[in-house]
Design a protein. Structure first.
Length: 276
């Protein structure tokens, strides 16, 4: 295997589905490997348990292969908050402890069971904090045991999609709405700094989505006379067309097609295919 272009696998864990896409070295011909497994959760277990069980079945199979594995967690499994800049916090670890305390203030004692990460930003800028069940992370690591894959990263879908799909398009001022089944995340920036972050249940009709976005923009209370550019990404809804929001037309961002992947496989593994 080439050390320059090794195989890389992206696995997206959702409440009702596991999506996997593996891309090989550039010199190897053939379509990327894909897998999509749907399932129903059990109310007696954590909401992520069925997805981790499906990941374990894939990793224990002969199809798992080798190389690096990036795990992306549905926003259903992640809690977010925006941390304002505090000049009295001197280190990344202090930011993490402060974010953990903020989560506990909002969600109560259950937040003590969460693993918290905080984005690295320049001095003076707000930071995005994400919290995930520690038991979920432990279950992912346990599922890796029989596999030849190396766990390279575990990422929230919001940040993975922003970095992979939206970052190249956004400037210093923008609004980014990320959609997946039944979930919407809205992230806004002004002057190159995060200024608003929200999650909400996502309706299906396009008009209802525009109404949701309009309400979120009012809550964001963005400064300036004009609305900043609005970007929307919905990997599971190709061809989404949203009505104008406050007189501005949202720009729907489609992920770059994955070379060699048939359209039917894209539809089955739309989230993973957009991130691979």
């Amino acid at each position: 295997m080439s050390r320059l272009w090794p195989e890389r696998t992206c696995a997206v864990l959702c409440p009702d589905q596991l999506q996997v896409v593996r891309t090989g070295p550039r010199w190897r011909r053939g379509a990327p490997f894909t897998l999509a497994e749907s399932f129903a959760g059990d109310e007696a277990t954590p909401p992520w348990q069925a997805a981790v069980d499906a990941l374990g079945r894939f990793l224990a199979s002969g199809e798992a292969g080798s190389g690096a594995l990036d795990v992306v967690l549905s926003n259903h499994f992640v809690r977010y908050l925006l941390m304002p800049w505090n000049p009295q916090i001197a280190s990344a670890e202090e930011f993490r402890h402060c974010a953990a305390a903020m989560f506990e203030d909002i969600h109560g004692d259950v937040a003590a069971e969460w693993d918290v990460t905080v984005s690295a930003e320049r001095a003076g800028a707000s930071r995005v904090a994400a919290a995930v069940d520690r038991s979920l992370l432990a279950a992912i690591r346990a599922a890796m045991a029989p596999s030849r894959l190396r766990l390279a990263s575990v990422q929230p879908y919001l940040m993975a999609a922003y970095n992979r799909v939206a970052r190249a398009h956004t400037g210093k001022d923008f609004v980014f709405m990320l959609l997946e089944a039944r979930r919407a995340c809205i992230l806004a920036a002004q002057g190159g700094k995060w200024c608003y972050l929200s999650t909400a249940a996502a309706p299906e009709p396009a008009q209802a989505l525009s109404s949701l976005l309009a309400r979120e923009l009012q809550l964001a209370d963005l400064q300036g006379e004009a609305l900043p550019p609005v970007y929307v990404h919905a990997a599971h809804r190709r061809g989404l067309d949203l009505p104008p929001v406050h007189g501005a037309q949202p720009r729907v961002l489609e992920a770059r097609p994955l070379a060699g992947l048939p359209p039917s496989n894209v539809l089955a593994c739309e989230l993973a295919a957009s991130l691979a």
